[in-house]
Design a protein around this ligand. Structure first.
Ligand SMILES: NC(=O)c1ccc[n+]([C@@H]2O[C@H](COP(=O)([O-])OP(=O)(O)OC[C@H]3O[C@@H](n4cnc5c(N)ncnc54)[C@H](OP(=O)(O)O)[C@@H]3O)[C@@H](O)[C@H]2O)c1
Length: 333
């Protein structure tokens, strides 16, 4: 099959199109013909080796972290899926490879594609949808009437998280640039801060939750807008010891995460704020719940651009430029 791969970690020009064997399936795996794959900043971070200590991959490595497609074969222990089903997923972090014609996915990580979505729309959902769900529902337990700040509201995670937070009944504040103010308002943001003109930390007060996807400075400033007992959740680092323990990374890497997050954890503690780092996980169950939200119209996909499969490198470069409004997808079939 055709796939976009790297032979070792390195710069963007290492990504190349290649013929690779179709993935092998285990008894509880489903083989899916991929129709579309979402593109995320994570793809280039994996390509460059940024995650090699915590996510060691074998080469050649097929890139890509989410997809929508059609089931072609189900293993003997698979119960929920059959050939012909339209599905979508973020595969487990050690079984990535969606910039390809086929992928083998464990049944538990897969869900039926939400009705009414195109393959491209469905492929744009899993990674950002699960990230927003795990941050706002699992960790924050966001409640009606609570105030949440979602940084970078116009990005892939932001466009989904704003809609989810509104659905949960929260008051939603977000940061974005002038050009994207209308977009985030249409998605439901109540308070929009134009980061080109204003400083969010001088405007917002008494937030219950902040979802950070930006740099360390923004993370630190975000503490100022939280009330005591509030939650600061970061998806852009620094990783904390709880994350190292959850992944079973061993005492050495747990120590590294302890050092990396020492400052923010200390500052957070002083302000009686709970800091946590989230690295999202695959989950078919959560994708089913997200699918229901999409089917009722509570959340809709926001697509910036669709690239043809041959232009996967260009699609990755477009995402790397950091200006995407919503999601970028490659159409594989
Ligand atoms: N840990 C995890 O599990 C996890 C999961 C998903 C994503 N992430 C990480 O989270 C980050 C965001 O992911 P993404 O998919 O949302 O990225 P993305 O879609 O590529 O983000 C692009 C958006 O960010 C906005 N932006 C850039 N600088 C900004 C600033 N200073 N203030 C406000 N908005 C700003 C841009 O808007 P303007 O053009 O208006 O500036 C653009 O719309 C990435 O680092 C990604 O790797 C982590």
């Amino acid at each position: 099959m055709k796939a976009f791969i790297v032979d070792r970690y390195g710069s963007a020009d290492r990504v190349r199109s290649s013929e690779v064997p179709q993935p092998e399936t285990q008894e509880d795996d489903v083989l899916v013909q991929i129709h579309a794959a979402g593109v995320n900043p994570l793809d280039s971070k994996i390509r460059s080796g940024e995650f090699k200590l915590i996510l060691p991959y074998r080469f050649p490595l097929v890139l890509g972290n989410e997809f929508a497609g059609v089931v072609v074969r189900a293993g003997s222990r698979v119960r929920r899926f059959k050939p012909g089903d339209e599905v979508y997923a973020r595969p487990a972090k050690n079984r990535i490879g969606t910039f390809a014609e086929f992928i083998a996915v464990q049944e538990d990580d897969l869900a039926i594609k939400p009705a009414g979505l195109t393959m491209e729309e469905a492929a744009s959902i899993p990674l950002v949808g699960l990230t927003a769900w795990q941050a706002l529902v699992e960790i924050a337990n966001l409640q009606k009437g609570q105030k949440v700040l979602i940084h970078a509201g116009s990005g892939g995670v932001g466009t989904f998280a704003i809609q989810l937070a509104k659905h949960l009944g929260a008051i939603v504040a977000t940061t974005t640039s002038t050009a994207n103010i209308d977009l985030v308002k249409r998605l439901g943001a109540d308070i929009v801060i134009d980061y080109k003109k204003d400083r969010f930390e001088e405007i917002l007060r008494d937030c219950d939750v902040v979802l950070n996807s930006l740099d360390g400075e923004t993370l630190k400033k975000s503490l100022r807008v939280l009330k005591p007992g509030g939650k600061l959740i970061s998806i852009s680092g620094p990783p904390d010891p709880a994350f190292a323990r959850e992944l079973g990374l061993g005492w050495m890497l747990e120590l590294v995460t302890r050092l990396l997050s020492f400052r923010i954890r200390r500052l957070a503690k002083r302000q009686q704020v709970d800091y946590s780092f989230l690295f999202m996980k695959a989950s078919g169950d959560q994708l089913r719940q997200i699918g229901s939200l999409i089917e009722t119209g509570a959340v809709r996909p926001v697509l910036d651009r669709i690239f043809p499969f041959e232009a996967t490198r260009e699609a990755m470069a477009y995402v790397d430029a950091g200006r995407a409004k919503g999601k970028v997808v490659v159409s594989v079939r």
